[in-house]
Design a protein around this ligand. Structure first.
Ligand code: JFZ
Length: 455
């Protein structure tokens, strides 16, 4: 067991060690929080793959406004729309094709285990039936239904975790939400309707809108998998910790990402990037499929199936989760190119999901030909080598691996493949052609805990 710990210690970059824990008054409180925190994270660490959904009034514009075509979820801000005009525009929002069962089924068939949907983005418009602010989809749009309620119920039925995104430190509807000290830092504020940044009192916004809405989401939509906060801006550690305490009290099992306040939250978020290193603690990479989070009809810069599947493998091999975004249209459907990619990822995972779900990060340095994930059962260790570039000479070389190989197969069809041990490591004899041009998985069962010769 010592070897495993030493291996992991050699390769890992500790999670954000510069952020000291919260201001718990006693170590005991910290240990209890740490223990429950570890337990709370179990489903997340096993899930690996989730769907991010950016959907709001802005989706109706499809990125277009007054002849410009590069808008999306920031529409109100980037098109400089006064709040009164945006509120009028919201009344036209009527996603008649929205079907929660369809959305959740698509996510499930893609192999996704959780859905994070925008409950309130920076425009301050609640996509659920909020009693706190009438700036919401039931009272302020033609739709008059609560899509988050329908999605929450459907996730419950289909066994996916329902999670909500909440823009914490940016709200262009509220007069008291500063994004930075007066001057150029405040560029992310609504300076059209509320031009005097220095008059804004963040705590008033938190007390009047953000905290009551967070409580609504934690009370009226069943168990939440994650409260996914965004852009905490000027929220202080104390203000963020108060929000954490509220969540822990209302739903102790609900996970909180790191954007609830400085040095807070249960896991770190990387945006539109995959870090080089590995992290001992859970982390998540969130990414768009094209260049926009919210629907933009002109954006055809779609990532390929190959890139998305390899991103999932790469992220998993580093101990992270992949939160992949869909920007539904103003009528309430997923864009066709998103559907195609989700179907392709689901097909790959149907065959190779064993190498992704419930695995841990690779004990090896990154291979240039592919990635590795690892799983332990009661007495053996299972290594999954996802091969991106099939070797021309038919051999793969795994340096340092000293363990006895109990079985070696191609995951796709359980075809046995030969291996031989050498002083420097293991050599795997591969069939001539790769079963899958994107990523072919080799499953190797070894006796006991993994042993590398560098130790
Ligand atoms: C924010 C939002 O502004 C955006 O609309 C989207 O919702 C995205 C998921 O989150 O964008 C960010 C937030 C944080 C960083 C970058 C973009 N960051 O920390 O680098």
């Amino acid at each position: 067991m010592k070897k495993i710990v030493f291996i992991f210690m050699c390769f890992m970059i500790l999670f954000n060690s510069s952020c000291k824990r919260g201001t718990s008054s006693t170590e005991k409180v910290y240990e209890e929080e740490q223990a429950s925190g570890d337990q709370r994270m179990e489903w997340f660490k096993d899930a690996k793959f989730g769907m991010f959904i950016h959907w709001g009034v802005y989706s109706g514009a499809g990125g277009e406004w007054n002849g410009e075509t590069n808008h999306a979820e920031w529409l109100q801000f980037t098109a400089k729309i006064p709040l009164k005009e945006y509120t009028e525009y919201a009344k036209t929002f009527n996603p008649i094709k929205f079907n929660a069962k369809e959305w959740v089924s698509i996510a499930k068939n893609a192999g996704m285990k959780y859905i994070v949907v925008t409950a309130k983005h920076h425009d301050g418009f609640a996509m659920y039936d909020s009693q706190t602010s009438s700036h919401n989809i039931v009272k302020g749009s033609a739709f008059k239904r609560d899509p988050l309620k329908e999605l929450a119920e459907e996730c419950e039925k289909q066994g996916l975790k329902f999670c909500t995104y909440y823009s914490l430190g940016r709200d262009w509807e509220d007069p008291d939400c500063p994004t930075g000290y007066a001057g150029n830092i405040a560029w992310r504020s609504n300076l059209i309707d509320y031009p005097i940044e220095k008059n804004k009192v963040l705590q008033r916004y938190l007390d009047r809108k953000a905290i009551p809405q967070i409580k609504e989401l934690l009370t009226n939509y069943g168990p939440l998998g994650i409260m996914w906060f965004d852009t905490y801006e000027l929220v202080s550690k104390q203000q963020g910790q108060k929000i954490v305490d509220i969540i822990r009290k209302l739903q102790p099992e609900c996970i909180i990402n790191s954007r609830v306040g400085p040095c807070l939250g249960d896991y770190k978020v990387n945006e539109q990037e995959i870090p080089e290193g590995k992290y001992m603690k859970p982390w998540e990479s969130c990414m768009t499929m094209n260049n926009h989070w919210g629907y933009n009809k002109a954006d055809d810069n779609w990532k390929t199936n190959k890139k998305l599947i390899r991103h999932l493998v790469d992220i998993t091999s580093k101990g992270g989760n992949f939160l992949l975004n869909v920007g539904p249209t103003g009528t309430g459907v997923f864009p066709e190119p998103s559907l195609e990619r989700l179907k392709a990822m689901g097909s790959w995972l149907k065959v190779n999901g064993e190498a992704i779900y419930e695995t841990q990060f690779s004990p090896f340095e990154k291979f240039n030909w592919g990635r590795c994930t690892i799983k332990k059962d009661s007495e053996n260790t299972i290594l999954y080598f996802s091969v991106f570039d099939w070797p021309k000479d038919g051999e793969l070389y795994i340096p340092e691996l000293k363990n006895e190989v109990l079985q070696s197969t191609l995951l796709v069809n359980n075809q046995l493949i030969k291996t031989r041990s050498s002083n420097e490591g293991l050599i795997i004899k591969l069939p001539k052609t790769a079963p899958d041009p994107i990523a072919s998985v080799i499953k190797i069962v070894i006796a006991g805990n993994i042993e590398l010769s560098s130790l």
